[in-house]
Ligand binder design. Structure first.
Ligand code: FBP
Length: 554
């Protein structure tokens, strides 16, 4: 029997032609703005990046035809998967071929390590065509290896020289684009002739600033999670017997949780940045949740939905201090690594922490405390996706409700189900928005390369307008940098964009959340991503982006 290899949707999507901004559809010219500065720590960043600091912003505009020399480019997918990664590569490929049909594109395999280990493939038309408008990063794979040592840069330059590669495109989040910037600076300083261009990727939505309106993947991932949340809400409202505690990915910032809340209107939504700003303890968070549960129970509603951001634990001030201490304590700590049992590790940690943090550490369920001491990722981050905050909250809320019941203050029933949505959305088939946005980013990268630029991130702006009106260009990566403590040392890094409590998306949420928490039915059921149909159904950017750009969402 013939084996089926593709779904009907995959086959249909293969022929979708992503939309491009008008300026990228013809010959182009670059318009340069004035010199830029880093977001903070000007002197330190300038000193660390003497060759790539201060470059101007770039806008791509229609221009005259010119002869483009032959180029070879290497591309790397870095970090966690995000829908649209394949389309960045497709846009890059098509852009390079339109500049000169003899141009070549190589893909380094398994993330940045492919550059160092010289693992690559040439991306031919046959390969690229197989991946158009698909989710995932499997065309060349991804990884989290950090490029930070000179020998790695030298190995990278070696393979570029061998293959005649004159530019590398790194598709990644804040950490990976920081790597791209360091690499660009090194290759400039050594006059290798290798350019480096970054592309803003991450479902977390925290790689954004004045010039980068959103990272790709955020749109699709939020739409997938919102569909699932909507489905759960229908179930909750039908069965009327469960509280659903739903943790959502987003390693640090709560953008995903906020966007999903705006799309689905759950009863409760915790935003980590607010918890931190209000200096809340874990018990305060529990109290907030319990108050809503008790209120709804009074109206006979013993069910509901609660959204929790994955990064919550790191934003509770006392937990943040504990995690910072653990990060310093466990960084390359041979003594800790040598310990065998969980109990020995627990005792060791307790003996080394400050008294305040020891108290917090001891107050946590053992499982959660252990999760906090697990391996960091290569960038020194706690792997929050492994910490089951939703279970911790269920446990604490249940205990509190038992107390309230004993005191006669609560008469409801509490039965909770936990969920974690993360990996379900990271490789989804990209929405039209992400398919168009990523293709445009890749195309833009090809233009920046052909114009000899390095140390830039491809940028597409004006994203709430139709794609034809999008503005393509480049932003110097040094412009986004500041100094932060990592692995116990001060390092130049791209500043992460957290949820702004005075920003329009949060302010809107704040104005309606009481209604969502009450006895009225306010759930919204967003349904699946639509690829075909009226534009107001298929081409809507996120609520976050619309609110940030002053658009009315309802
Ligand atoms: P990036 O920042 O690399 O895009 O990854 C984001 C993310 O999906 C987070 O939301 C999550 O905490 C983390 O990756 C999970 O990492 P891993 O893929 O290593 O399990």
């Amino acid at each position: 029997m013939k084996l089926m290899t593709k779904s009907p949707l995959q086959i249909a999507r293969a022929s979708y032609q992503p939309k491009l901004p008008v300026a990228l559809k013809s010959n182009v010219v670059l318009k340069e703005g004035s010199a830029t500065e880093s977001v903070a720590d000007h002197a330190e960043i300038k000193n660390l990046f003497p060759n790539t600091y201060g470059m101007p912003l770039i806008t791509i505009e229609p221009g005259d035809a010119k002869k483009n020399p032959i180029m070879a480019v290497g591309v790397i997918l870095s970090g966690g998967q995000a829908p649209g990664g394949h389309n960045v590569i497709c846009g890059l490929y098509d852009g390079l071929k339109s500049l000169n049909p003899s141009n070549k594109l190589y893909g380094f395999l398994g993330g940045p390590i492919g550059l160092v280990d010289h693992e690559y493939i040439e991306l031919t038309k046959e390969i690229v065509d197989e991946y158009r408008n698909t989710g995932g990063f499997d065309i060349i794979g991804s990884g989290r290896t950090k490029l930070e040592e000179e020998w790695q840069y030298v190995k990278g330059a070696e393979i570029c020289k061998k293959l005649g590669i004159n530019a590398i495109v790194i598709i990644g989040g804040d950490d990976s684009n920081t790597n791209a910037c360091v690499l660009a600076e090194y290759y400039s300083e050594k006059k290798t002739g290798i350019q480096v261009i970054g592309c803003p990727k991450t479902i977390d939505g925290d790689l954004k600033n004045e010039m980068i309106e959103t990272s790709f993947g955020f749109d699709t991932a939020c739409k997938v999670y919102s569909e699932l949340i909507g489905n759960i809400q229908r179930d909750a409202n039908s069965a009327k017997k469960y509280w659903h505690f739903i943790r959502l990915m987003g390693r640090s910032a709560s953008h995903i949780t906020l966007e999903c809340a705006l799309q689905s209107q759950p009863n409760i939504c915790i935003i980590s940045e607010e918890v931190e700003a209000k200096n809340m303890t874990l018990n305060d968070v529990v109290d907030k949740i319990v108050a809503v549960i008790v209120h709804r129970a009074k109206h006979g509603l013993n069910f509901g939905t609660l959204l929790i951001p994955e990064g919550l634990i790191e934003f509770i001030p006392a937990m943040k201090t504990l995690i910072a201490e653990l990060n310093e304590l466990l960084a390359e700590n041979e003594d800790f690594i040598a310990l065998n049992s969980d109990e020995e590790k627990r005792e060791y940690v307790k003996s080394m922490l400050t008294p305040e943090s020891t108290l917090v550490y001891r107050s946590l369920p053992k499982g959660i405390a252990r999760q906090l001491t697990l391996d960091r990722d290569p960038h020194g981050n706690v792997q929050v996706s492994l910490i089951e905050t939703e279970k911790l909250l269920i446990e604490m809320v249940a205990k509190r409700l038992v107390q309230l019941k004993a005191e006669g203050k609560y008469k409801g029933k509490f039965s909770a189900i936990n969920h974690f949505f993360g990996y379900e959305g990271r490789c989804a088939i990209p929405s039209n928005f992400d398919a168009d946005y990523t293709y445009s980013l890749g195309y833009t990268a090809s233009v920046l390369i052909s114009e000899g630029k390095t140390g830039y991130m491809a940028s597409i702006r004006n994203l709430t307008a139709p794609a034809a009106e999008w503005i393509a260009g480049g932003v110097p990566i040094t412009m986004m940098m500041n100094m932060e403590r990592r692995h116990g040392k001060m390092k130049p890094v791209i500043q992460k964009a957290l949820v702004q409590l005075d920003g329009a998306p949060f302010r809107y949420f704040e104005s309606v959340r009481e209604d969502w928490a009450g006895e009225k039915m306010t759930y919204i059921y967003p349904g699946p991503i639509q690829y075909y149909g009226p534009t107001e159904v298929c081409d809507q950017p996120t609520r976050t982006l619309q609110l940030e750009q002053g658009k009315n969402i309802y």
